[in-house]
Design a protein around this ligand. Sequence first.
Ligand code: GRF
Length: 203
Amino acid sequence: KRVGVLISGRGSNLQSLLDAAADPAYPAEIALVISNRPGAYGLQRAKLAGVPTAVIDHKAFPDRESFDAAVDAALRGAGCEIVCLAGFMRIFTPGFAEGWAGRMLNIHPSLLPSFIGLHVQRQAIEAGATIAGCTVHFVTPDLDAGPILAQAAVPVLPDDTEDSLSARILEQEHRLYPAALGWLAAGRVRIVGNRALVDGATA
Ligand code: GRF
């Protein structure tokens, strides 16, 4: 399956997908990386892996609809069948999300449905949570609320800072996202109501 990855920055999750896709047995191929920020380091990672890149700067568009239409056209032009958001810091219009329903994933650094929005690792510490983690979920028009495909948990330690907890969660993100994309690309995922069911999942 051809996959488009959308980034805004560092791109460490993109790197984990590129590394997984380097294995010929992996069921997904990264066909295009799109950044809404021209300076995103993830663009260099894509280039090093020989993957085509596009910069679609949201500042160049008058509204969300026209930005989303440009992203959509780029993805479809590259023959993408699945979209992965990987640190992509823009919220889509409902129409865009609906156009990719069941085919667009996001990675979020909390155990959803707890802690949505920004600085969710800090939110977890401030809430006194003793377990945190990350979630791969399908993207729907509601922010951070689509069917959950995979989760991984880590402890919150007494001396954790936002940075130390984020690093512990990120290690799990890099393991979880390639696994979850692999299941989707292999056609092993069914969405039943708000649940994503995986045949024979191990992650
Ligand atoms: C990750 O923590 C991801 O879960 C969140 O944004 C961060 C992106 O990091 N949505 P990177 O760009 O993949 O390194």
